[in-house]
Design a protein around this ligand. Structure first.
Ligand SMILES: NC(=O)c1ccc[n+]([C@@H]2O[C@H](COP(=O)([O-])OP(=O)(O)OC[C@H]3O[C@@H](n4cnc5c(N)ncnc54)[C@H](O)[C@@H]3O)[C@@H](O)[C@H]2O)c1
Length: 251
């Protein structure tokens, strides 16, 4: 890793949206550090893009501190790692609820805190948090997921205000439905998937690359005066209530 090349740390980069973001940032000239719980997948992505792999659990503050101490330079952090186990709110185990909050919210906080020293020294530092449309339109059956993503949006805004004095901008990208390894079971039923696609104004579920392409703006100088914002990359889904009402009326 050369100190002349800007460095981006992407969490959950072993697959799905995180892997697409890692590929996109590498294409844009970053040396990308692919962080994931899963060592093999982090390594595979790092090899593919000429970056570095790091096997780190983002909820483990001491592991993250050790990881941070190995990095001389960081210009951008993408807090993408997240989990979304199904559970109804009436019966969700509080331990599972806490786990989701721990990975999706506290993990992003731990990574942010650990990398503030390097980001503060970068000429144009930025953090992008991957939220979700669930922050705006709750997703029944996923218990802590919607509250966790609402917290990610709030954390983004708080970090934007507090970290401005460190020269760090903080924004969020909020994806709609995306086809990834993590959601493949949801879209496996073709008939159900066609009905879903018909209601999305863009006509289809997103691919990971659709989300990844929204990230470079927030970590480039074109967004030098943008902080605390949330960009919904959802093909119009959250604004399409009328489509759902009409579908319900028409059976
Ligand atoms: N897929 C969607 O439809 C969708 C929609 C909106 C938002 N999102 C958000 O986008 C992000 C990525 O989603 P995805 O579908 O690509 O997920 P995914 O399950 O396909 O991949 C997530 C990756 O994060 C890693 N990870 C999980 N916990 C970790 C931890 N504690 N430390 C380090 N790495 C960890 C996993 O090993 C995995 O490689 C998540 O934050 C998710 O909430 C996804």
């Amino acid at each position: 890793m050369s100190l002349d090349t800007p460095v981006a740390v992407v969490t959950g980069a072993g697959r799905g949206i995180g892997a697409a973001i890692a590929r996109r940032l590498a294409k844009g000239g970053f040396h990308v550090i692919s962080v994931d719980l899963d060592a093999d997948s982090a390594q595979r992505v790092a090899q593919e893009i000429g970056g570095t792999a790091a096997t780190v659990d983002i909820t483990d503050a001491s592991a993250v501190a050790e990881f941070s101490s190995s990095l001389p330079r960081v210009d951008a952090l993408v807090n993408n790692a997240g989990i979304f186990p199904p559970a109804p709110i009436a019966t969700v185990d509080p331990a599972q609820f806490r786990k989701v909050m721990d990975v999706n919210v506290v993990g992003a906080l731990i990574m942010t805190q650990a990398l503030i020293p390097q980001l503060s020294s970068a000429p144009d530092a930025a953090i992008v948090n991957i939220a979700s449309i669930a922050a705006k339109a709750v997703t029944p059956g996923t218990a802590a997921y919607s509250p966790s993503k609402a917290a990610v949006v709030s954390l983004t805004k708080l970090c934007a205000v507090e970290l401005a004095e460190h020269g760090i901008r903080v924004n969020a990208v909020a994806p709609g439905g995306v086809l990834t390894e993590g959601t493949s079971s949801v879209s496996a039923d073709q008939e159900r998937e066609s009905r879903f696609n018909a209601l999305v104004p863009a006509g289809r579920r997103a691919l990971p690359e659709d989300i990844a392409d929204a990230v470079p703006f927030f970590i480039g100088s074109d967004s030098r005066y943008v902080t605390g914002q949330v960009l919904y990359v959802d093909g119009g889904l959250t604004e399409a209530t009328i489509n759902f009402l009409r579908a319900a009326q028409n059976g």
